[in-house]
Write a protein that binds this ligand. Structure first.
Ligand code: NAD
Length: 277
C-alpha cells in the first residue's frame, strides 16, 4: 500500500471533496485525521473508513480559529506519533453565507476578515504549525484552490480573491519549504458534485445537464477526481513537482470564451426549459 505507516490530516474531511480524500488515503494505507466542524458527518466518514479496514480519527474544530489549528496538529502527533501530509481543504462552498458574497462596493470589512480567516489565514497557520513535523518526515502540503483562483465571477470578491491567494501562497510556501524537503502544491477543481450539491442538481436534472455541457468531457467532477490528484501530489511519483496549481476541471478553463459562450447559447436555445439558479 502506497501510504502505509503515513499520516494524513484532511481539513473539511467529513464530506464532499475532503470526505473522499480521507477515504482514498485510508484505502491506500494511511492513518487519517478528519478535521471538521460537522461532528455527525465526521463520525459517519470514520465509520465508512473502518468498514473497509481503514484507520481514521476525528478532530472537531473550526480551522478559521488559530488555536484549533495548533490543537489539530498536536492531535495528529498524539494519536499517530507523526504527520506526513497536510491537506488544507475546508471551506463551506455549499453552505451559502450571503455575507461573504458581493463586490468591494458591498462587502463589509468584517465579512472580508471572516472569509480570509478561513480561505487563507488558516492555510498559513496550518503550514506554520505543521512545519517541524512535515520537515522531519519529508512530507507534503496540498492546498485546495479552485478554478475561481484562475478565472473570475462577478460579485464574489472574497472567494475569488481568496482562491487566487491560495495559488500564490502555495508558490511561496513551495519556495520556503522545498529546500527543507517538503513539497507544496494546490489543486484547482472545476464543479465537483458533492453530497450537498447532488441534492440541488440531481443527475439528469436540466441544470445538471446544462453544467455537463460546459465541460469538454461532458460531465461535472466527482470528489474522487480531486482525491486522486491529492494522493498523486503526496506520492513518490510526484517527487519532482512542487509549487504547482494542478487544474482538474474536465477542460472547463482552457476553452476560448467566445466559442464557449456561443455553444452555451445554442444549448439554451435547444433546451429552453433550463431553470435559472
Ligand atoms: N465542490 C466544488 O465544486 C468545488 C470547486 C472548486 C473548489 N472547491 C473547494 O474544495 C473544498 C471543499 O469543497 P466541497 O465542495 O467539498 O465542500 P463541502 O461543503 O461539500 O464540504 C466541506 C467540508 O468542510 C467542512 N468545513 C466547512 N467549514 C469549516 C471550518 N471552518 N472548519 C472545519 N471544517 C469546515 C464542512 O463541514 C464539510 O465537511 C473547498 O475549499 C472549496 O472551496 C470545491
Amino acid at each position: 500500500m502506497k501510504f502505509k505507516n503515513k499520516v494524513a490530516l484532511v481539513t473539511g474531511g467529513a464530506l464532499g471533496i475532503g470526505g473522499s480524500i480521507s477515504r482514498e488515503f485510508a484505502k491506500k494505507g494511511a492513518s487519517v485525521v478528519i478535521v471538521d466542524i460537522n461532528e455527525e458527518e465526521s463520525v459517519k466518514n470514520k465509520k465508512r473508513i473502518a468498514e473497509f479496514g481503514g484507520e481514521a480519527e476525528v478532530f472537531i474544530g473550526d480551522v478559521s480559529n488559530a488555536e484549533v489549528i495548533k490543537k489539530m496538529i498536536n492531535f495528529a502527533k498524539d494519536k499517530y506519533g507523526r504527520l506526513d501530509y497536510l491537506i488544507q481543504n475546508a471551506f463551506g462552498v455549499s453552505d451559502p453565507d450571503s455575507s461573504l458574497s458581493g463586490s468591494a462596493m458591498t462587502v463589509s470589512e468584517e465579512s472580508w476578515d471572516k472569509g480570509m480567516a478561513l480561505l487563507t489565514k488558516s492555510l498559513f497557520l496550518g503550514a506554520k504549525y505543521a512545519a517541524d513535523e512535515l520537515i522531519k518526515n519529508n512530507g507534503a502540503i496540498v492546498n485546495m484552490a479552485s478554478v475561481h483562483g484562475l478565472v473570475n465571477q462577478q460579485e464574489n470578491l472574497i472567494y475569488e480573491s481568496g482562491k487566487t491567494m491560495v495559488i500564490g501562497m502555495t508558490r511561496q510556501m513551495s519556495c520556503d519549504f522545498g529546500p527543507k524537503g517538503v513539497r507544496v502544491n494546490c489543486i484547482c477543481p472545476g464543479l465537483i458534485i458533492t453530497e450537498k450539491t447532488e441534492k440541488l442538481w440531481p443527475e439528469d436534472s436540466n441544470l445538471r445537464n446544462f453544467f455537463n455541457q460546459q465541460y469538454l468531457v461532458r460531465r461535472t467532477g466527482k470528489p474522487e477526481d480531486i482525491a486522486n490528484g491529492v494522493l498523486f501530489l503526496c506520492s513518490e511519483e510526484s517527487s519532482f513537482i512542487t509549487g504547482q496549481a494542478l487544474v482538474i476541471d474536465g477542460g472547463l478553463t482552457i476553452q476560448i470564451q467566445e466559442n464557449f459562450g456561443i455553444n452555451q447559447a445554442k444549448y439554451a436555445l435547444q433546451n429552453p426549459d433550463i431553470p435559472t439558479f
